[in-house]
Design a protein around this ligand. Sequence first.
Ligand SMILES: [Zn+2]
Length: 186
Amino acid sequence: MSGSWFRDPAPPPPAPAAALPATGAAATVPGVRCPQCSALDDKVVDSRAAEDGVAIRRRRECLACGRRFTTYERLEEVPFVVVKRSGEREVFDRRKVAGGLSAAGKNRPIAEQRWGAVAAEIEEELRLEGAEVTSERVGRAVLARLRDLDEVTYLRFASVYKGFTDAGDFQREVGLLIKQSAPKSA
Ligand SMILES: [Zn+2]
């Protein structure tokens, strides 16, 4: 049993990245290569919120040539991918999930904006599971939410997601719903 990954020693922890000074020079932001002379030495002459707080805009001045330029700091967008049954991959689209929820919840007493929030919760939950998720997993996550939220919407969504073909399918699903929501003491 050579090479068992149970016995192999854990790889050494990665060397810590050079830390920025915590005090004193804390206002120093690492240099960005000057677009004019390529020097890495600059000073930040102005920092302010931009794009409605989504980014920080920094005005920098190259210490070598004096050229001024601007950088933006933004949250890194980590891609999140859905793998469809066909094997096709596409970027997870929260609006698509919200749209599916909204269609299934048509004329139900649930505010339209609630679906956007539910879709966001589902995305947050699924992102914890990795960078990729199957469409089947997305469907199950949606059903899990709907079961607690609204049974009619749940059944409508299940009918599409599970490809119901006749009343018997509905009957079975309703049976499952009733079983799941029955008091445990019964
Ligand atoms: Zn320069």
